[in-house]
Ligand binder design. Sequence first.
Ligand code: GLA
Length: 350
Amino acid sequence: MVKKEAFGNTTDGKAVELYTLTNSHGMEVRIMTYGGVIVSVKTPDKAGRLADIVLGYDTLTPYLSKNPYFGAIVGRYANRIGGARFTLDGKVYKLAANDGPNALHGGLKGFDKVVWQAESFQKGDAAGIILKYTSADGEEGYPGTVHVTVTYALNDKDEFHIDYQATTDKATPINLTNHTYFNLDGEGSGDVLGTEMMINAGHFTPVDSTLIPTGKIGSVTGTPLDFTKPTAIGARIDDKYEQLALGHGYDHNFVINRTGPGLALAARAYDPKSGRVLEVDTTEPGVQFYTGNFLNAVNGKHGHVYNKRDAFCLETQHYPDSPNKPEFPSAILRPGQTFHSTTIWKFSAR
Ligand code: GLA
C-alpha cells in the first residue's frame, strides 16, 4: 500500500511530500520527496516486534540544514572526487571543495538537497514510488543535463528495491547511491559495534589522509578489513592499522567479489540482540562501509542522540575518485547511453 501526505515546505517554499509504503507483513518504509530521503524503515525483530532501524529526524526542518546524508539519495557523484576536479575528454572541470580539498557527495547542493517529483505505484505485491529529478548542465560544476529516475519499491518478501536510471546530453561522471544509516537494534539504541558484518569482498581501495583512493587495490586478507567471515563491527575497529586511523574507523570502499555483471551479494549484517538481518545485493562494483565515525551529538528522532558508531552505512557505488582513476571501472555516462543500477535490501530476523 502507498499513502501520501504533506511533510512541510523547503525554505524556498517548495512543498515536500511524505510517502508511506507498507507490505502485508507489517513492514513500513517512509520516504520524502526532499532528497528522496528514506525517513524510516520499520521491520520486525525475531519476536515480531517492530522498530525503526534507520537514523533520521522527526520533522523536515533539521533535514534542511544539517543532515549528514541520513537516508538520502546521493549524486551526481556519490563519494569523493580528489582535488575537487577531474578531466574528461581533455577538458578540466572544477567542483566545489566541500570536504577538505575534495568534492564530496555531489557538491554544495547535491541530489540529497533537491525536491524530487514523485509518483506512486502498486505492481503485483510491490508498493513503490518513482522519483524524478533533472540536473541542469553545469549544476555543481558537472557537464550535461542529466535526467535521473530513482524507483523505490517494497514487496511482500520484505525486500526493498532501489533502481537508479540516468541519461545525459553530454559526457559526465555519474555515481548514485543511498546513504541510509542503519542500526538493526533500532535507531537510538546505542552503538553498532556488536553487529556482525559480512562483506563479500576480498579487496578494497586503500585511501590517503583525505580519504581519496591511492589507486591501489588492496587485499583484505590479514587486515581488520577482512569481513569475508561474519565479524563484529567493533572487534577490530580500534586496531592500530593505518587505514583505520585514516578513516577514524571504517570508511572504505570494498571491491565486491563477483563472477560477472548483474546482482551480486555485497554484504550481510546481523544484529544478535534483535536478530534482525539486512542483506545488500547490488549491480554496482563497490560498497562503502562507513561506521558513522563523524556522528557527534546529533539530535535525532524521538529525543534520541546519535554519536560516533551508532549506525553503519553500506553505500553501493562505483569507486571513489573514479573520474581521476582510469584504472577503476568507468563512472562516465555518455549521450545515448542509459545508466542503470539496482540495489536490494533484504530484511529478515532469526
Ligand atoms: C560517506 C563518507 C564519509 C562521510 C559520510 C557523511 O560515507 O565516506 O566519510 O563523509 O559520507 O558524513
